[in-house]
Design a protein around this ligand. Structure first.
Ligand SMILES: NC(=O)c1ccc[n+]([C@@H]2O[C@H](COP(=O)([O-])OP(=O)(O)OC[C@H]3O[C@@H](n4cnc5c(N)ncnc54)[C@H](OP(=O)(O)O)[C@@H]3O)[C@@H](O)[C@H]2O)c1
Length: 386
């Protein structure tokens, strides 16, 4: 029986994780859950799984939740709550499924305790990949990718000689604006940008998919998970989202992983690793596929992908600045404070104007994050920026 703590249980990845867990009650047990503001859903999850430890974002919500769940359930809040849930005593694995850099500190907490981490929260690796990787290696912990692309590469690389790998090719659906020009996407609305053609996901990653920042963050995530330079990580647009990623080997062979676009596939693989769970609903009907196509990404219409490669090349705190500036830019776009085209402008400005320093420890990463958030919040939409 594997005991799991889940950060972000009320989100898209969190609810899919619980769906997988419920299909295999003899294999998994939930030890602790953390969420943000959806306390009714969290209460229902905690009752259903008889979870003794939960956490929410705000103190007031923690009080309400405590009233609902009664004295047998410990209820925490804020960052201390996230850390307590992440490293809950008795848990074997953390499912890291918060959105944004808020997941970094609690994820490190679980690794410090020697727990394996199933990583959905890619921003954690983008902001401080060097620290997360080192903490995992020093404590003998597995980092098991949940992102479908990284799960695909992880599955393809299993048992292979790392020296035989020529390059990784991350696939991307291209999002809702694939094939449009920069002028056409400049003024799209949040509702249009949220409408992903293939995947049902939380709002932040949906916007990141529309700008292609998601693929940029995934390039950085792949760098830390698979230890290959940026020149060995390519991106291909694959609108059908069936090939989840590919690896090219030195002999010219290319091995891909295919599956339906359903996050329960990579989640089940990470949770049960190295076992494979029977997931009948995820069988791929190859006869109905039609064609599988691949295109080069349009870096002009979607400059965020290039900005992510640039930040990875600069190293140090540059990816933390990129990620934090982007988080705020997405929030501002969703509340109509800036346009879609402003997102890469703001991130570019943050990368150019905030000094990049070496990433020596956690406080350097958090300082860069804070500086970039402040910069992005104050970022003026002026004629100069446009
Ligand atoms: N969704 C996908 O298909 C997918 C695929 C690959 C990778 N990912 C990655 O997985 C991560 C999660 O994505 P998602 O789509 O599941 O996001 P989501 O649906 O927005 O869920 C985010 C979760 O984090 C919680 N949360 C947010 N801020 C919090 C805070 N300050 N304190 C405590 N809890 C907080 C939310 O709680 P409340 O909702 O209760 O407020 C929710 O449970 C992201 O890093 C994303 O890039 C997602």
């Amino acid at each position: 029986m594997k005991k799991l703590s889940i950060l972000g249980s009320t989100g898209s990845i969190g609810t899919n994780t619980l769906d997988v867990v419920e299909r295999f009650p003899d294999k998994f047990k939930i030890t602790a859950l953390a969420a943000g503001r959806k306390i009714e859903l969290l209460a229902e999850q905690a009752k259903r799984h008889k979870v003794p430890l939960v956490s929410v974002a705000e103190e007031e919500d923690a009080r309400k939740l405590s009233d609902i769940l009664g004295p047998t359930v410990e209820v925490y809040y804020g960052m201390e709550g996230l850390k307590t849930v992440a490293a809950a005593s008795g848990a074997d694995m953390l499912v890291s499924a918060l959105v944004g850099a808020v997941g970094l500190v609690p994820t490190l907490e679980a690794l410090k305790k020697g727990m394996d981490v199933a990583v959905a929260n890619k921003e954690t690796l983008v902001v401080a990949g060097a620290l997360v990787r080192k903490m995992a290696d020093d404590n003998g912990c597995n980092l098991l990718p949940i992102d479908s692309e990284h799960s695909a590469i992880f599955q393809v690389l299993e048992g292979r000689d790392p020296g035989s790998v020529k390059r990784l090719i991350l696939t991307a659906s291209g999002g809702p604006f694939r094939g449009r020009s920069a002028a056409e996407v400049a003024e799209v609305t949040p509702a249009q940008a949220l409408a992903h053609p293939n995947w049902s996901m939380g709002p932040k990653i949906s916007i990141d998919s529309a700008t292609m920042m998601n693929k940029g963050l995934e390039v950085i995530e792949a760098y830390w998970l698979f230890d290959l330079g940026p020149d060995k990580i390519d991106v291909a647009i694959h609108p059908q989202s069936i090939v989840h990623s590919m690896v090219e080997f030195v002999d010219g062979s290319m091995i891909a992983q295919l599956g339906v676009p359903d996050m329960r596939g990579p989640i089940s693989y990470a949770l049960a690793y190295p076992e494979r769970l029977p997931m009948e609903a995820l069988s791929l009907d190859i006869w109905s596929l039609g064609g599988l196509t691949f295109e080069k990404p349009d870096m002009e219409t979607f400059p965020c992908l290039g900005l992510a490669y640039q930040a990875l090349g600069s190293g140090g705190t540059a990816p933390a600045i990129l990620s934090a500036a982007n988080e705020i830019a997405v929030e501002k776009f969703l509340t109509s404070l800036i346009t879609f085209a402003d997102i890469p402008r703001l991130v570019d400005d943050a990368l150019n104007k905030i000094e990049t320093t070496p990433l020596t420890d956690l406080s350097t990463a958090l300082e860069a994050d804070t500086a970039a958030r402040g910069f992005a919040r104050d970022w003026p939409v002026t004629a100069r920026n446009r």
